[in-house]
Structures are given as structure tokens and as C-alpha cells.
Design a protein around this ligand. Sequence first.
Ligand code: VGL
Ligand code: ZN
Length: 218
Amino acid sequence: MALRPLNSTDALLVIDMQLDFLPGGALEVKGGDEIIPGINALAAHFDHVILTQDWHPRGHISFASTHHKQPFTDTIQAPYGAQTLWPDHCIQGTRGAELHPGLSIPHAELILRKGFRKNIDSYSAFTENDGVTPTGLAGYLRERGLTRLFFTGLAYDFCVGFSALAAASLGFESIVIEDLSRAVNLPASSDRTGTVDATNRAFAAAGVQPISSTALLT
Ligand code: VGL
Ligand code: ZN
């Protein structure tokens, strides 16, 4: 299916390109730094760019340390369901929570912070992990007439994936630029595959389109 050329109703979403998710950070995503130049170059082709920032208070529900448990392998049963536990990361106002200084998108119009409620995590930029609390992003995009959304950033199988899936279910056209994202890839709880495979299957079921940035620019 040919992609229609970019126009002013499109938006590029750059998810969580923060120091803590990049190599050397508290929750580093392998190869996360490799996608910075490509995101900068792609962003120049978009009239509208939105950045997101994972933004947790100390003692956040998603931190393993809050529950004296192990990150990555342990989960807790939150009131809203199973919550994977992570190293402390993206704490409000700390250096690790800053956007990577190599990100060069001066025309970005919104920086949306998420995950700021102590007792609810938010992988998705639209709906928090309880499945009901909205961030307000859908309203912002609708009010501005932005209907086709392209996703880049970190991590493919968590915040990028959940955001792209939420966008599709909220009625936006949702496209993930695969080469401008990198994954954590944990073992998925539901089966014997990992979170990347689970994300790819969910994209196919929901009509989220995976594309490469070259397909978009040629
Ligand atoms: C993310 C785990 C915890 C992400 C955020 O940006 O994908 N992953 N918080
Ligand atoms: Zn987080």
C-alpha cells in the first residue's frame, strides 16, 4: 500500500528520547543512540512534531526499588493489573529525565510528560496503564486536526508500541517507523516469545503500519 505524501495533517511523535533510555542511562535501550540522527533528519520533513518525556516521581509504582523487588524480571499486581518493574528512571527534574541533547528538533510544538502519577505507570502517550486515565493527547491532536501519526523513539516494545496501539484504537492512522526505534525485548509473560514479537502481532491485529524511514522519504 503506497503511503500518501506527507502533509500538514500529519504529526511525528518522538517517544522518550531521554538520557536514562540511552546507552549509559538507568534503563538503557541498546542502540538507542543510533537513531538520533535519523529522527532529526526525518523531523525536518514534518510540519508538526510532538516529543514525549517519561516523568516519574520518586517512589513510583513502576520502580522495582519501591517494592524491594528485581527490575525486568519481577512484576507486581497493581490495582489495574500486572506491572513490570524497572530500575529507577526518568525521575522528575533529574539529568536522566532530560531529552538527549543531540536531539535537534527546534520546531517541536509540544513536549508531553507522562507517568507522573505515583500509582499509575503510563507506557502510552494517550492512555495510562490503568487503561482509562487519558493524558489529553488525543484531544490535543483532534482539536488541531492532526489525524495521521508517525511514531519513532524508545522503546519499540513499550512506550512506542503502546502509544501506536492506543492511537489506532482512538481512530488515528498509526504508523511506526521501525528503523527509528529500538526495543528492550523482555520475555513476554503471555507466551514463550518476547515483547518484540508480541508487539509485532499486536500491530498486525490493530492495523498499525510498520514502515521504514526510507519508504517515507523516497
Ligand atoms: C519505557 C519502561 C518504563 C519506555 C518507559 O519509554 O518505553 N519503558 N518506562
Ligand atoms: Zn517509565
